[in-house]
Design a protein around this ligand. Structure first.
Ligand SMILES: *Cc1c(COP(=O)(O)O)cnc(C)c1O
Length: 394
């Protein structure tokens, strides 16, 4: 089928848009567990060696399994092209380093995913790339931070874990006015709920480890955007080598087949749990963009047309002790980092995730000792509410 056929809905595209990269008659495409491919003739070998992103040459360059993932992701985000890599951090590093050189400047947010924070505060400055981080809720702050050498505006909305939003349309415009690229990490919002390319963004990154794969059994990352940007990202990846391996790509392709069904369930459960917690006596405050009480709820309704996802955070009354007691008492909500899988996960960000940040950075990111984060899964919502009620009770 034509993967950009506009009459097919997203659930259909996530099942059929990779068929062009399955040359066999197997309905479930085979795993190409090989590092290298036969070339027909010496001329063909020379052509493949010089090709951009060949999928039948050498598996660091790509494979039929990564190609299938890339076709699905391009169909999902409505982009010209996509690149699959071995983790979300590989996608972020590839997106930034394939577009930045020594002497360049990047505007980013004060709060990002923990690995991204280290990249921004340590790795990039070490390469001679200047970084300015601004409060993502303050759109004007992005414009004020622009310099003559600004090449990239880098965002992430909502943020982890306090669910602050960045105005994506406005920040893309600020980037383009300055002649810079707009790049965003869309992992938390999900491609189902938010479409940064439609809001003007040039490159969109996902940790496919999370919602895209959805089964907590793969680490992977993807970049989507214009072919020109994806090709230069591929060239960076060819040299640095973060490619996604065939079996992981096969699992991710299978996870994507049920993406729409899963995301609808995450959205419904996320909202149900957020409302329940907001009315609970043991809870001080809930952070979820789908609640009318969220300070940026209006912006969330504009730029998250698909829904608000399964990620939320809440502060317990009773501080650290209350939070620590609660995370040890759930039975269905599993105590583990990561997010976006079918099972509900509960974490204590201050002690389990943001340990590579200083106390000041944690405070600036709004990570208090009483904060608990939930990645709401796709279980029956009644069971989740009962589990949480039991854990939060006196
Ligand atoms: C998990 C995550 C990443 C990193 O992805 P990995 O697959 O763990 O490398 C980046 N950004 C966000 C928002 C994430 O949640």
């Amino acid at each position: 089928m034509d993967e950009h056929e506009p009459t097919y809905g997203m659930r259909t595209r996530m099942i059929h848009s990779a068929r062009a990269a399955n040359e066999t008659t197997a309905v479930s495409p085979p795993i190409y567990q090989t590092s290298t491919f036969l070339v027909g003739t010496p001329e063909e070998g020379a052509a493949l060696a010089a090709a951009v992103a060949p999928d039948h040459y050498y598996s660091r360059y790509g494979s039929p399994n990564t190609r299938q993932v890339e076709l699905l992701l391009a169909a999902l985000e409505g982009s010209e092209a996509a690149l699959a890599v071995g983790s979300g951090m590989a996608a972020i590093a590839t997106a930034l380093l394939s577009n930045l050189r020594a002497g360049d400047h990047i505007v980013a947010q004060r709060t990002h995913y923990t690995g991204t924070m280290t990249l921004l505060t340590t790795t990039l400055p070490g390469y001679g790339i200047a970084v300015t981080q601004v409060d993502q809720r303050d759109t004007e702050a992005f414009a004020r931070a622009i310099q003559p050498n600004t090449r990239v505006v880098y965002t992430e909305s909502p943020t982890n874990p306090t669910m602050d939003l960045t105005d994506l349309r406005a920040t893309a415009e600020i980037a383009h006015t300055a002649g810079a690229l707009a790049i965003t990490d869309n992992t938390f919002a999900s491609a189902y709920n938010q479409h940064p390319l439609d809001l003007g963004y040039d490159l969109v990154i996902h940790s496919a480890t999370k919602y895209l794969n959805g089964h907590a059994d793969v680490t992977a990352g993807v970049l989507v955007g214009a072919r020109r940007l994806i090709e230069s990202a591929w060239e960076y990846a060819r040299v640095h080598g973060p490619m996604l391996h065939p079996f992981e790509a096969w699992l991710l392709r299978r996870g994507l087949n049920t993406y729409g069904l899963r995301m609808a369930a995450h959205n419904a459960n996320g909202l149900a749990v957020a409302r329940f917690l907001e009315g609970h006596a043991a809870v001080e405050r809930v952070y979820y963009p789908g609640l009318a009480s969220h300070p940026q709820h209006a912006l969330a309704c504009q730029q998250m047309p698909g829904g608000f996802g399964g990620m939320l955070a809440f502060e317990m009354r009773g501080g650290y002790d209350a939070a620590y007691r609660a995370i040890g008492r759930t039975k269905l909500c599993l105590l583990a980092v990561s997010l976006g899988g079918v099972e509900t996960l509960i974490t204590h960000p201050a002690s389990m995730i943001h340990t590579h940040q200083s106390d000041e950075e944690r405070a600036a990111a709004g990570i208090s000792p009483s904060l608990i984060r939930l990645s709401v899964g796709i279980e029956d919502s009644e069971a989740l509410l009962r589990d949480l009620d039991r854990a939060l009770g006196a």
